[in-house]
Design a protein around this ligand. Structure first.
Ligand code: FES
Length: 245
């Protein structure tokens, strides 16, 4: 299954184009050969008739008009197959290294430095997630470490607002995530704080390898913690960027 999903859309497109060209060459070649054969049979029949020999009955000869008609139909069929194949190739998910696969977000050290120096989460556009520094404590119901949602002091969060799906930016002033669409707010750990969102931000599993690479598995979205979860126990750091609705 993994091997099938790893085939890129470019490879699929190349296979489709080659197959279509081959098919066209075969159909066109067969039509041409048949037309040549019919032509020879007609000439042989005319010669036999002129010499008074019996004319051997063969299959009905293919007229020029019939040849062009068949070629036209074959071309239309091939064009349809080409269009369908190209559409399929375009829509084929390119999962290698993109959203929906395991993404290497970079070295832990670099990510931590970025977060420290910029006072904001590290963002991966390819993976559609943020990586936040996390030092919260588990509650009775929520333990991110047990679910492999945090590793070595970092935690990835899906960028998508759980209310209606807007991308949620991070507000440096408040140090919270604030959705510009309807004003939902989440703390640094992506836990629900304010607004119409039904829960905290969704998240992904993470692993830090022995070489320090941060691998985020975006193949499975882990549903965010319920409202009321607060493992950070930390208020907002300053004024909001988005007005509370
Ligand atoms: S989409 Fe974010 S609050 Fe509505």
């Amino acid at each position: 299954m993994t091997a099938v999903l790893a085939i890129s859309s470019g490879t699929i497109a190349a296979i489709v184009v080659i197959a279509i060209i081959d098919l066209f060459a075969i159909v066109f070649g067969l039509s041409f050969l048949r037309a040549r054969r019919d032509q020879r049979e007609r000439e042989a029949a005319a010669t036999a008739a002129a010499l008074g020999r019996p004319v051997r009955k063969g299959p009905k000869p293919l007229s020029r008009r019939e040849f062009f008609r068949r070629s036209l139909v074959a071309s239309l069929l091939i064009y349809g197959a080409q269009f369908g194949g190209a559409s399929l190739a375009f829509l084929w998910p390119n999962l290698r290294g993109g959203f929906g696969s395991v993404i290497n977000a970079g070295k832990l050290e670099d990510i931590n430095s970025f977060i420290r120096e910029n006072r904001e989460p590290f963002y991966s556009g390819t993976g559609r997630f943020y990586v936040v520094a996390y030092d919260g404590r588990p509650t009775d119901d929520v333990d991110y470490a047990a679910e492999q949602l945090t590793a070595q002091g970092i935690m990835p969060l899906y960028q998508r607002c759980v209310h209606l799906g807007c991308r949620v930016p991070f507000c440096r002033q408040s140090q919270w995530f604030e959705c510009p669409c309807h004003g939902s707010k989440y703390n640094t750990a992506g836990e629900y704080k304010l607004g119409p969102a039904p829960r905290g931000l969704d998240r992904f599993r993470v692993e830090v390898t022995s070489t320090g690479d941060v691998l985020v598995d975006t193949a499975e979205v882990i549903i965010g913690p319920p409202r009321g979860t607060d493992t950070l126990r930390r208020p907002q750091a300053g004024p909001f960027c988005v007005a509370t609705v």
